[in-house]
Write a protein that binds this ligand. Structure first.
Ligand code: NDP
Length: 249
């Protein structure tokens, strides 16, 4: 495939992300706390998470193992694998969602989302990259790596706090407290957006930028839905808390 055609594909995929963003402002993605009947057959929530995220891990693993790369591209591939190893194999084992289900349609759409994003990023890093090897002192790398690390820490710590709200066997919801939860309802989503912004800066290419747009397109509406849900569910929900961007939204 020519690089021009590849970039056109990335642009089309980014356009779909923008359309999805506006759709998700009106249609609540029905998984987790928003799960509801009427979305067709459902499967176990934990199995759903593994099936949704596995394609991204396997796809990048395939590109990493099948082609040779510069050290810079290897690092990017490794960071992707690290993130998805956690999301595919660790996160689903840790969540306390006993008996919970998710619609198959969510799983299938997430598989497509992950296959296309990992496919585009893996393909670019295997066939088009021309990074200067060991160029780890540019501002893009330093700022991008710092954002990626900070975002990952915020995401992991927030997910850990949320998972810890339920004692083993519990199924309900509580108001999360502490850390960035004092300012926003969904620091896990904010952390993930920052993380992929950092990745896009480090990678400085079209598919990484596209994946950042997709992540924000998924997670900003989800955080708004979560925030609205908290305010309806808990009468005493802290009024000064925003949804995802402290002090702003
Ligand atoms: P949530 O914040 O909805 O839930 C995370 C876990 O914590 C779930 O197991 C949830 O249980 C539990 N939980 C959340 N809030 C509470 C509470 N108040 N009381 C008790 N338990 C709670 O996260 P998401 O499902 O939206 O996302 C999970 C991870 O996946 C996040 O890190 C997110 O960033 C990432 N993600 C990334 C996407 C991307 O496009 N890159 C897209 C979607 C998610 P339950 O499931 O029962 O609600």
């Amino acid at each position: 495939m020519s690089q021009d055609l590849f970039h056109i594909l990335c642009l089309i995929w980014t356009g779909i992300a923008l359309i999805t963003f506006f759709l998700l402002l009106y249609v609540r993605a029905p998984y987790g706390r928003h799960v509801q009947s009427g979305w067709g057959p459902q499967i176990s929530n934990k199995v759903g998470w593994v099936l949704m995220e596995l394609p991204s891990f396997v796809c990048i693993l395939y590109f990493t193992a099948s082609y040779s790369h510069s050290s810079y591209a290897y690092l990017l591939l490794f960071l992707w694998l690290l993130h998805y190893a956690n999301r595919t194999f660790v996160f689903p084992m840790r969540i306390r969602t006993r008996g919970k289900k998710m619609p198959v349609v969510i799983v299938v759409s997430a598989i497509i989302f992950n296959l296309v994003n990992a496919g585009l990023n893996g393909y670019y890093l295997s066939f088009f990259e021309n990074y200067i090897p060991n160029d780890f002192s540019s501002w893009k790398f330093l700022l991008g790596a710092s954002l990626f690390a900070a975002g990952a820490i915020v995401n992991l710590k927030s997910d850990q706090i949320l998972i810890g709200l339920r004692k083993p066997g519990e199924v309900g919801y509580k108001v999360p407290r502490g850390f960035l939860f004092e300012y926003i309802s969904c620091p896990n989503h904010l952390g993930e957006i920052i993380q992929w912004a950092g990745f896009a800066l480090m990678a400085w290419n079209c598919p990484a930028a596209t994946f950042f747009v997709w992540t924000a397109a998924n997670l900003i509406p989800r955080a708004l839905d979560h925030h609205k849900w908290y305010k309806t569910k808990f009468e005493n929900y802290p009024t000064e808390r925003k949804a995802i961007f402290p002090g702003v939204l």
